[in-house]
Design a protein around this ligand. Structure first.
Ligand code: SAH
Ligand code: SF4
Ligand code: F3S
Length: 468
């Protein structure tokens, strides 16, 4: 993609800010309330924070109550059928709020909205939705919303665009401790089961200077944990004029002085290099934590998934990473029941999970996504069968997680306290440098700080500690 057509020109961004101005005047005299509901991954969470930034600049306050909201935004996810069902459920419920408040504006955005079939269904069957726009149109939200207000008609902005980069959008960060920073957008990998490349456009990297300035600003404001986001951060920089890869970017960020940790996700194993592992090992600000989704432990299935590595190549990468970072916290995503997967192949995944010994797993049963190559493959295994394989996988991982967590008991670890838990015995929540959850006994005043925690107990999902 030509860089000049990727970066949204300043004049366009100014035009959008003008619409923000106009919208704030539309509401003069009374503060409108907005509700933003987010489904899906961290990229969507980060996008919602930008949408909230634009809404705030339009003069909006925020509410959780759809019956009080003047503007409702559903930022949706299309990764599995269940994610879509939840959104349709939410849309159904919102019908009542809209009936009671006909002037309410209902917006549907995010990955689901970018699918033509979804947009058609919403156009016909969810007539209370006023505005539909995909992730590529996010930065045009002010103009689109202004159109709905002034033209009093439904607007659909779901053109199949390769996508752009809009810098400097306003943002409302919901925490003062943790922040998300997108380093790139889109995906070019086309894993055969995955909808993301169809709804998020082509891979495009932000300029390193813009990323560095954003991280520097966050560190200055006191943010302690900054997570760099991209569908495959290891593709970072391929499209930049001055070549730079993700490891180089991490190295540059690491030079920013301050007391903070850098995390990142997601790393595609096919592009995870020794250089990346060595950079992680060397950089003091970079958490020794790697989310390296394997998806399957069987090489035939991996080929059918178009993942670009074999079981053996994946295991080699894990070994290299661990040899450079002995304390590495390693997590993964797994799909069980890919079309045509046999029981023996699914059990190869269980054996890989046992061999690697992940700290935690995100596990999914395959869900066909219309329009992807895998959705056209024969899929003879029954849902019940897949569920049995899935349960075996969970059982294996639960035992591993429990064992790994148990090994922390008695140790003292530096943790970042990031919020309250609501539990009387362990009122605080915190994370280790490797990202493990620690329920903590301690004073509320510790929120936002690094403390030393003595780990006194553990279970499959978390650690329990006392602040020292
Ligand atoms: N870019 C990330 C993944 C984003 S989607 C990566 O490549 O790792 C998060 C996870 O959802 C994927 O890793 C995969 O495990 C799961 N997933 C994606 N499509 C799916 C589908 N059709 N059915 C079930 N799980 C799916
Ligand atoms: Fe989907 Fe694969 Fe891209 Fe991840 S790398 S978003 S799984 S296509
Ligand atoms: Fe879902 Fe889109 Fe993320 S499909 S997982 S919200 S990129």
């Amino acid at each position: 993609m030509d860089r000049t057509s990727v970066i949204v020109p300043e004049a366009e961004l100014r035009r959008q800010r003008d619409y923000v101005e106009k919208l704030s005047r539309l509401h003069a005299g009374r503060q409108p309330l907005a509700l933003v509901d987010t489904f899906g991954c961290q990229q969507n969470v980060a996008d919602s924070q930008r949408i909230m930034g634009m809404l705030r600049d339009m003069g909006c306050g925020f509410t959780d109550d759809p019956n009080r909201a003047d503007i409702v935004v559903l930022n949706t996810c299309a990764i599995r059928e269940n994610a879509e069902k939840r959104v349709y459920g939410a849309l159904g419920q919102l019908k009542h709020a809209k009936e009671a408040r006909p002037e309410q504006i209902l917006c549907l955005c995010g990955c689901m909205a970018q699918q033509k079939t979804v947009a058609e269904k919403v156009r016909k069957s969810y007539r209370h939705v006023d505005l539909v726009f995909g992730p590529q149109a996010l930065w045009k939200f002010p103009e689109l919303l202004y159109g709905v207000y002034t033209q009093r008609r439904r607007i659909f902005s779901i053109d199949d665009e390769p996508g752009a980069i809009a810098e400097g959008l306003p943002v409302v960060r919901e925490s003062s401790v943790k922040a998300w920073v997108s380093v790139m957008y889109g995906c070019n990998n086309f894993c055969s089961y995955c909808i993301v490349p169809y709804v998020r456009g082509r891979e495009r990297s932000r300029e390193p200077a813009d990323i560095l300035a954003e991280v520097e600003g966050l560190v200055r404001e006191g943010y302690k944990e900054i997570t760099l986001l991209g569908q495959n951060v290891n593709s970072y920089g391929k499209d930049l004029a001055a070549p730079m890869d993700f490891a180089d970017l991490l190295g540059e960020i690491d030079r920013i002085p301050g007391d903070y940790l850098i995390r990142f996700m997601t790393s595609h194993p096919k592009d995870a290099t020794d250089k990346l592992f060595a950079t992680m090992a060397r950089c003091g600000h970079v958490a020794k934590q790697l989310h390296l989704p394997v998806q399957s432990g069987n090489s035939r299935v991996l080929r059918a998934m178009n993942r670009g590595y074999t079981r053996e190549q994946y295991l080699e990468k894990v070994e290299r990473a661990r040899s450079l970072m002995p304390d590495l916290v390693l997590t993964s995503d797994i799909i069980i029941g890919f079309p045509g997967e046999t029981e023996a192949e699914a059990m190869d995944t269980v054996s890989l999970v046992e061999q690697v010994g992940y700290d935690a797993l995100f596990t999914f049963i395959y869900s066909p996504r219309p329009g992807t190559p895998a959705a056209k493959l024969p899929d003879p295994a029954s849902r019940e069968e897949k569920q049995r394989w899935f349960d075996r996988l969970l059982e294996a991982q639960n035992a591993i997680s429990a064992r790994r967590h148990q090994s922390y008991v008695g140790r003292t670890l530096r943790v970042l306290v990031d919020g309250e838990s609501g539990d009387l015995r362990w009122p605080l929540q915190s994370r280790t440098a490797g990202g493990r959850l620690v329920h903590l006994a301690g004073e509320k005043s510790l929120i936002g700080q690094y403390v030393n925690a003595r780990i006194v107990d553990s279970n499959t999902w978390a650690l329990f500690g006392e602040a020292e």
